[in-house]
Design a protein around this ligand. Structure first.
Ligand code: CTP
Ligand code: CA
Length: 224
């Protein structure tokens, strides 16, 4: 257990972090998910805590454990995550590392679908709320700093720059998850930080190192 620093640069700051995948129900026993482990989000929460922040950690069903010393709010679906995020505000900053499912099954069944009786299921989808965009575009009570993540497989900087504009967030931490990089599911990350100042390439490093560097940047931005 790491002691919370009482004199860290983020002491007295409340920071919201989303993390992990979401699970979107098909019926009571089945769901649609994605490959996020929640490792980068957990590392960010830990690094912010280590700098003294009060961290609210809203996490989907991740494979890594949440860090100690943060307030953990566990959710399943994107809509539950959105509600938990709204309830956790206000905050000084928000870091949206979750791999939120873009779609949910439009009308999940409240009973288990049966193969004999129901035949082949046809799933209809509905778009999930964009949690990052909603928070980044808040007109009152918006966190001072809103940071999104973007996992791209091609044209990383272009896609992430456009994404930052579309969402209205301050920074985007973009990474290349094309299979050749071997990054998806691994312990390392190679990111580009997109901000008003342009695109800054960070060398490939451990996810915990990315997290510490990002936390230090967040501390500097909130202090400035
Ligand atoms: N995000 C979110 N809510 C969603 C979808 C995404 O909060 N419903 C956040 C993610 O946590 C991440 C950022 O938005 O910080 C970018 O997610 P990404 O999936 O890359 O962007 P999308 O807008 O969903 O675009 P696409 O998946 O089509 O590339
Ligand atoms: Ca998406």
């Amino acid at each position: 257990i790491t002691a919370k620093l009482s004199d860290g640069p983020l002491n007295g700051r409340r920071i919201l972090v989303t993390s992990g995948p979401t699970h979107e129900p098909i019926d009571p026993v089945r769901y649609i998910a994605n490959r996020s482990s929640g490792a980068q989000g957990a590392a960010v929460a830990r690094a912010l805590r280590d700098l003294g922040a009060e961290v609210v950690f809203v996490t989907g069903p991740a494979t890594v454990r949440p860090p100690e010393g943060v307030q953990v709010i566990e959710v399943e679906s994107a809509r539950e995550m959105e509600a938990a995020v709204q309830a956790a505000l206000p905050a000084d900053a928000g870091v949206f590392a979750a791999a939120v499912a873009d779609w949910r099954v439009a009308s999940a069944s409240d009973r288990k679908l049966k193969k004999s009786k129901d035949g082949l299921p046809v799933l209809e989808f509905a778009e999930n709320p964009d949690i990052l965009k909603t928070v980044a575009r808040m007109t009152t009570g918006r966190p001072k700093l809103v940071v999104g993540f973007a996992a791209e497989t091609n044209d990383v900087v272009d896609n992430a720059t456009a994404k930052r504009k579309r969402k209205g967030c301050d920074w985007i931490v973009a990474n290349d998850v094309s299979p050749a990089t071997g990054i998806m599911g691994g312990s390392e990350n190679a990111v580009v930080l997109i901000s008003d100042d342009g695109a800054e390439d960070w060398p490939r490093m451990g996810k915990d190192e990315v997290a510490r560097k990002l936390a230090a940047r967040i501390a500097a931005a909130l202090a400035g």
